[in-house]
Design a protein. Structure first.
Length: 257
């Protein structure tokens, strides 16, 4: 049981209301096998998707055993040992597969300079990842636009990107203006004068998921780390730090809020 069937297009994870709601791409159901994306049959309107014969790993509900799962109208309606298909149901054979909630990988390299001979995006999906965040500590304000080009080519999982902390503080924008930028509230004229003349960058910069510092790339001053903590807190962003020794780790803990 070394392979996964997960919700990278089925999106088998609870909704914001912590219910059994699952997000699903309406136009396609697919799976990854042998590092390739495979389309499945279309679902008849109003019918169920049945994940049949898989080994269900569900930590929240303390389940680790063979179970079937029935989904209807984006809601998991039944988990049982043997669910009988009805006419019009879409049955996905999960024999010898692990079925699990989608995994969120907070640090997933997606085909950068360190991944020249592998296919990490498809490998991650095959391992159960449904959401990956690209970590690049050197990422500039252009990172969301560049990642968008990859999305336009078609990717089998949800992705987001961090911005490098040094780059976040590299322009003429103040802390207050950076918070407004990441909230999508910064005036375009201010962005054009104090951040970049590139209109696409100004428009897509607010799409970052978080800001990352990395002592292997740069060691920031306490003052700048405090600024990043303030920006990420006020703009509801993730703060990721890549510490490489215990001393630096303790320093970040002491500076954290």
């Amino acid at each position: 049981m070394g392979q996964f069937l997960t919700g990278f297009l089925l999106q088998l994870y609870p909704g914001d209301d912590n219910s059994n709601n699952v997000g699903m791409m309406k136009d396609s159901l697919a799976s990854v096998s042998g590092m390739r994306l495979n389309d499945s049959a279309k679902l008849s309107e109003g019918k169920r998707i049945i994940l049949k014969g898989g080994f269900l790993v569900d930590p929240k509900n303390n389940i680790e055993e063979g179970k079937d799962i029935a989904i209807k109208d984006d809601v998991i309606i039944e988990v049982a040992g043997d669910i009988k298909p009805e006419k019009g149901d879409l049955v996905i054979d999960c024999s010898d597969l692990i079925v699990s909630p989608g995994i969120v990988d907070m640090h997933l390299h997606m085909g950068d300079l360190f991944e020249v001979s592998t296919n990490p995006i498809y490998g991650a999906v095959a391992d159960g990842v449904t959401m990956g965040l690209s970590p690049g500590a050197g990422n500039t304000f252009m990172a969301p636009a560049l990642l968008g080009a990859e999305i336009d080519r078609g990717l089998p999982l949800n992705i987001g990107v961090y911005q490098g902390a040094a780059n976040a503080l590299s322009t003429m924008l103040t802390v207050d203006e950076l918070v407004m930028l990441y909230r999508g509230e910064l005036d375009a004229e201010v962005a054009g004068k104090k951040m970049t003349r590139n209109g696409i960058t100004n428009t897509t910069a607010p799409l970052i998921m978080g800001i990352k510092d990395h002592m292997g790339h740069f060691i920031m001053s306490d003052e700048n780390i405090e600024k990043i903590f303030e920006i990420t807190t006020r703009a509801d962003l993730l703060y990721m730090t890549h510490t490489q020794d215990p001393e630096h780790t303790l320093r970040l803990v002491e500076l954290s809020k």
